[in-house]
Design a protein. Sequence first.
Length: 230
Amino acid sequence: MNTKYQRLFKKEQDEGHFWPSFTDLLTIILLCFILIFIAMMIIKSLQIEEMKKTIDQIMGVRSKLVNELQTEFNDSALGIEVDKETGAIIFDTEILFAYNKSELKPDSFQFLDEFVPKYLDILLQSGYEDYVAEIIIEGHTDRDGGYLYNLELSQDRAYSVAEYILSDDFPYKNIQQHLKDKLTVNGKSYTDFRTDDAGNYSAKASRRVEFKFRLKDEEILKKTREILKE
């Protein structure tokens, strides 16, 4: 009998040793998961913080670029406008095109020869070029005619400007390769019309070509959203 009870007691002891060990194992596994989760959250937080710093740097670059463009062109004899918020360069199409035409005027080549190097010297100079994701030539029209007609006209005008700048006739070959890597051409038809000082629609002001730049903040914001979804 004693032997039987001893065996039962030993079995209870063995079971008692097993279950605490199994519980400890589960606790360790749970702690590992918690530590891994905390580490991932820390890494994610550091990534987001780094991206925030980069976005702040880009916002500073945007402000500097706009200021430099305004300094260069606001009082220029070229007769162009610099958007004080975005830095977009705006000039009416009469400088470049006849009414309802998309072929560049003969005297427009001299205008582009003077404007484009000055513009790109600012935009692609050391310290800015790495932040610039895209340079956009954008055509706009008035409301005369249908949407599709004006869409084609606005695209053709923007394309004509880009075609000349990238052609063998353009005298500044050294900037063409930099421009090819970043250049986009858009036509907006009459969707983004302009108004006069009284707030009324202005057909003349709406007919224009714009040079715009886009910085890399959109890519960084997209990456941040992807990190937050992980």
